[in-house]
Design a protein around this ligand. Structure first.
Ligand code: ZN
Length: 136
């Protein structure tokens, strides 16, 4: 079941530049990590029960690098928090929704994630994320 907006993913050329505005607003970067498989550095900035996720490419052929090349910096995806991503993944598939991965994979922060193609989500790249604490 989906229970909140977990975070908003924002593509940036530089986390060091991108974080400044949020820090001016009194928010703090919780942690920064590299997700090697995605070619991306990720900075999580908690904001109430949601977060801002800054995404900086680490190589030219990564999905974020391609996004920046085509569209420039800006909102990349919206992430919905799930308490059972396998069930949500199955439900979407059963309804013919186009998901990007054969099954949920491990993303930033050890969360299990799946993505819904923008063509199936009104033009929005939708991420579903289940925190690691929910793993059996
Ligand atoms: Zn995300």
């Amino acid at each position: 079941m989906i229970d909140k907006i977990d975070h908003i993913g924002v593509a940036v050329h530089s986390i060091e530049e991108g974080r400044k505005l949020y820090e001016s607003l009194g928010l703090e970067v919780e942690h920064i990590e590299e997700v090697e498989s995605e070619g991306v550095r990720v900075a999580m900035i908690p904001c109430g029960e949601s977060k801002i996720e800054l995404l900086e490419p680490t190589r030219d052929d990564s999905p974020i690098a391609k996004f920046l090349e085509k569209r420039g910096p800006g909102i990349h995806h919206v992430c919905l928090g799930s308490d059972d991503i396998d069930a949500d993944d199955r439900r979407l598939r059963a309804e013919g929704v186009r998901v990007l991965r054969p099954e949920p994979t491990i993303g930033a922060g050890g969360c299990r994630v799946q993505f819904v193609h923008p063509k199936s989500a009104g033009g929005v790249l939708l991420e579903l994320s289940e925190p690691p604490a929910n793993d059996p």
